[in-house]
Design a protein around this ligand. Sequence first.
Ligand SMILES: *[C@@H]1O[C@H](CO)[C@@H](O)[C@H](O)[C@H]1NC(C)=O
Ligand SMILES: *[C@@H]1O[C@H](CO)[C@@H](O)[C@H](O)[C@H]1NC(C)=O
Length: 124
Amino acid sequence: MALLSLMGSLFLLPGYFCDLNGPTTVFAVVGTSVYVNCTYDQKYEANVKYWCRRMNRDCPIIVQTSGSEKLEKVERISIRDNHALLQFTVTMDNLTSMDTGTYNCGVNVNGGPNQLAPVDVTGR
Ligand SMILES: *[C@@H]1O[C@H](CO)[C@@H](O)[C@H](O)[C@H]1NC(C)=O
Ligand SMILES: *[C@@H]1O[C@H](CO)[C@@H](O)[C@H](O)[C@H]1NC(C)=O
């Protein structure tokens, strides 16, 4: 009974748990590339998407879109939004061991907290 009512309340909040989703972990091999797809709710289609690296409490942005589907690239790292798929792809090329760490897929939300999805880039 308790379980049923819990499920009922979850269904009353459509999209609440999936406004932004990404892989929780991606594996990086030095010298190769990693690709990260993050999917977002349709209401964020035109918002700025970004990729930032967590440093203590901060997450300085590495690359970000302008809200369009234009490819944005900073050195080895790029981001491209796809409005039809409701996802953006981050590519990190020529990986080094320094690239492992925790990043966030982010969506810039005007007048509210940004949407964040943590992604661990781990070496092996
Ligand atoms: C990202 O999404 C594209 C398009 O759906 C797909 O072709 C690609 O395999 C995905 N890449 C990863 C790493 O999931
Ligand atoms: C990756 O490394 C190769 C070989 O050093 C270099 O030719 C290429 O330009 C690099 N690519 C990027 C995106 O930095």
